[in-house]
Design a protein around this ligand. Structure first.
Ligand code: NAD
Length: 321
């Protein structure tokens, strides 16, 4: 008989965590998922615990009490927020990872997921179709913490046989929650303006092309990687995955197919420098070869769904008030 997995998610209130938690509840059963975050979520349906992942003893006791077999460690400070408090970001992003790595080894957790980011690349990397393996010289503390995390992931796999798996997410676009302080947040914020038929002020320049992924693809990639046979995983740092690539101007054109009068005004701020150091598109051929990764959403499908879902949400909210 296959043993029932017991799942722990850190950072479960976040943009990705809130959607992943629901998907994992569907897959493993509501009672087999423990969602945690540093702040409470009153609306969460299922098991929820407050956990600051810097607190190793509390993390360990939650793992023991719930007989956790898999951890999805999503808690982190993102790229744009990270630049405001560099040392704090380094501490949170690396110390929480060490706590999760150590508890996984001590408590024999079967599998661990740790998300990395396209932010691991620096200005020297080829912008187009950035290869899986290239010198990683990030310019942000967030990127530095993810490069270190990727290498520690491989170290724990090599030395402690910990089955840790990782993807480098591009900018994630979803309608469920607002993004949490990243450099690609504009690609979600823009839709809130579009449905209200107001102009959008973009913090990146109009031709800044970045790799992006629709939420459903990002969640599916996470689960497919975790379900892949161990022998097919050749990368123990982190896999490149690609969804789509576009600039703010191209996203504006996609929205104008639905709202022809919609306009974006460009006022680049400190986030432009971060975005300019990142790839424009990503080579994800290794993920495709190893575990059959295949994105399903392009810019037009994503735009249509984002607008439909946000309009529906707005209508439901209005009906409740
Ligand atoms: P988010 O900022 O929306 O959520 C992060 C969550 O972590 C928040 O709910 C926050 O309260 C929690 N958190 C912060 N510090 C904590 C601590 N010490 N203990 C417990 N919880 C803490 O982030 P997200 O967009 O959901 O990203 C999830 C993961 O994916 C992160 O590791 C991030 O680096 C990675 N990632 C995200 C994107 C993206 O576009 N969203 C892209 C690349 C990589």
């Amino acid at each position: 008989m296959i043993k029932q997995e017991k799942i722990l998610i850190t950072g479960a209130n976040g943009q990705l965590g809130s959607v992943l938690a629901k998907r994992l509840q569907e897959k493993h059963g509501v009672n087999n998922v423990v969602a945690t975050d540093i702040v409470a979520d009153e609306d969460f349906v299922g098991n929820f615990e407050i956990l600051d992942v810097l607190d190793f003893e509390r993390l360990k006791s939650i793992v023991i009490q719930n007989e956790i077999t898999q951890i999805y460690h999503l808690a982190a400070i993102l790229s744009a927020s990270g630049e405001k408090h560099p040392k704090r970001t380094w501490d949170i992003n690396t110390k929480t990872l060490f706590n999760v790595l150590d508890v996984s080894v001590i408590q024999n957790v079967n599998k661990l997921f740790f998300p990395s980011s396209i932010a691991v690349y620096g200005t020297n990397a080829p912008k187009i179709n950035t290869p899986q393996s290239y010198e990683l010289t990030p310019t942000t503390v967030y990127g530095i913490s993810k490069v270190a995390g990727e290498n520690w992931a491989k170290y724990y796999f090599d030395n402690y046989d910990l089955d840790i798996r990782s993807v480098r997410y591009p900018g994630v676009i979803g309608h469920q929650t607002l993004p949490g302080g990243g450099t690609t947040d504009y690609a979600v914020d823009i839709f809130y303006k579009a449905i209200n038929e107001t102009n959008f002020e973009c913090f990146l320049s109009k031709n800044t092309t970045l790799p992006m992924i629709y939420m459903d693809d990002a969640i599916r990639a996470t689960i497919e990687l975790m379900d892949a046979p161990k022998k097919s995983i050749s990368i123990r740092t982190s896999y490149n995955i690609a969804g789509m690539s576009f600039s703010p101007e191209e996203l504006t054109y996609a929205i104008q197919k639905i709202y022809p009068n919609f306009k974006t005004l460009y006022k680049p701020d400190f986030r432009q420098k971060i975005a300019s150091s990142w790839p424009s598109s990503i080579d994800d051929s290794v993920a495709k070869k190893d575990w059959n990764w295949n994105p399903l959403f392009g810019i037009d499908e994503m735009t249509k769904i984002m607008i439909e879902e946000l309009k529906l949400k707005q209508k439901t909210k209005l009906q409740k008030t």
